[in-house]
Design a protein. Structure first.
Length: 396
């Protein structure tokens, strides 16, 4: 078996009613998830939402309090980690300081194939089978090291490597088993920004080459949106949304997802249905009457949250009177924070016009890009979702 052979298919993963409690602390609640063979899925969510716990459950490092886990055709819920055919890469790399790069990479094979006494040089020297196995382990380690560009550093110890190089050793070690599933828990968070984006691209290429099922955990929404074709957003132990990066950005399922995805963050403004339109702090918003008319006879809760991304607000002659509080210039773009009807709003625009704090301007919304959420439940108002397309056509 070698990392270069694609002899076996990759595996589907199914989680059925998974819950996890630590004592009386409930960390995951009734999770259901199906991941296709060979898919690259990103788990995204804030610190403490249960991402690592979920990954550790799949790896078999934790036991679920309820529910079943299937990998490929087998129910693995009661299987120990080594029988699950998965490899996990941790944020901390978890390398052995006293072992060389080559030995770190081949460590899982040695654990699997050789009893401890084969590690004693005098004894193993007397056993041809052990010598042969070691040679084969070494060959596989070299191949895995080549796959991550580390073949020239095989003799080094972890302390003689940079963070990025250590991460590659951890990746190579994960590959050595030719697992059908790769589980990666924030593998890049110890790297600097440049190396992170480089290694990100390498992991994507690795996935394309190995064609294995990858689950990649991150709390960084930029990483999730750029890496994943499917992103699962979690909060407080529950799945909030499961979709493509575009789905999350253009049709967030609730105010949490809307607020978590996108930078600068979406404006979430408390509003009320009023005078056929929507009001913020008693001021009916220009354009909101037409918008509501286009929605038809939708039932609206009394308390709404109106979501609009900073790039869909315009500063000009029309709209709500506003005063600029802060200007952040970012090269060709700028982010302007202003107050309109007592609500703070962030506007992203190109930096041609120079605004200053204190300037009085008008601000208007692109209504085809407005999201409505029920403030109490946080959920997206579905009547609006069903009509998003026609609303876009009407207002485009
Ligand atoms: N072994 C444990 N015993 C008790 N509580 C735990 C244990 N492991 C995790 N938790 C709790 O479970 C919750 C989820 O933790 P988890 O590590 O899964 O979060 P995470 O989403 O990976 O966060 P981060 O982004 O910070 O890594 C946290 O509240 C954490 O304190
Ligand atoms: Mg974690």
């Amino acid at each position: 078996m070698s990392v270069m052979h694609l002899s076996k298919p990759s595996s589907r993963i199914e989680l059925d009613g998974i819950a996890k409690r630590f004592g009386d602390n409930s960390v995951l609640h009734d999770l259901n998830l199906s991941i296709e063979p060979g898919e690259f899925v990103v788990l995204l969510g804030p610190s403490g939402c249960g991402k690592s716990t979920l990954l550790r459950l799949i790896a078999g490092l934790e036991e679920p309090s309820a529910g079943r886990i299937r990998i490929g055709p087998r129910d693995v819920t009661d299987f120990p980690p080594r029988r699950r055919d998965v490899a996990m890469v941790f944020q901390s790399y978890a390398l052995y300081a006293h072992l060389s790069v080559a030995d770190n990479i081949s460590f899982p094979l040695r654990m699997r194939d050789l009893p401890w006494y084969y590690e004693v040089p005098v004894l193993s020297g007397m056993m041809p089978a052990a010598r042969e196995r070691k040679r084969s382990h070494r060959e596989q380690a070299v191949k895995a090291a080549e796959a991550v560009g580390m073949q020239h550093l095989l003799h080094r110890k972890p302390r003689e490597l940079s963070g990025g190089q250590r991460q590659r050793v951890a990746l190579a070690r994960a590959m050595i088993h030719d697992p059908s599933v790769f589980l990666m828990d924030e593998p890049l968070s110890n790297l600097d920004a440049q190396l992170r984006s480089h290694t990100r691209a390498e992991i994507i290429r690795l996935h394309q080459r190995l064609k294995r099922t990858f689950i990649y955990v991150t709390h960084d929404q930029v990483e999730a949106m750029t890496m994943g074709t499917r992103v699962i957003v979690m909060n407080q132990g529950r799945i909030q949304q499961d979709g493509t990066p575009d789905d999350l950005y253009d049709a967030p399922a609730n105010a949490f997802v809307a607020g978590f995805v996108g930078s600068p963050a979406i404006n979430l403004i408390p509003a009320q249905p009023a005078a056929e339109g929507f009001a913020i702090n008693g001021h009916v918003l220009p354009g909101s009457v037409q918008y509501r008319a286009a929605m038809g006879a939708a039932q609206l809760p009394r308390s709404l949250t109106l979501g609009i991304r900073p790039e869909y607000l315009r500063i000009g002659d029309q709209g709500m009177p506003a005063q600029i509080e802060l200007v952040e210039r970012l090269g060709t773009e700028q982010v302007v924070t202003l107050q309109a009807h007592g609500a703070p709003l962030r506007v992203k625009l190109d930096s041609e016009v120079r605004y200053r704090a204190g300037d009085r301007v008008n601000v208007s919304l692109d209504w085809s890009r407005v999201h409505l959420f029920d403030t109490e439940g946080g959920g997206r108002i579905e009547t609006c979702r069903g009509q998003t397309r026609s609303l876009k056509e009407k207002f485009a």
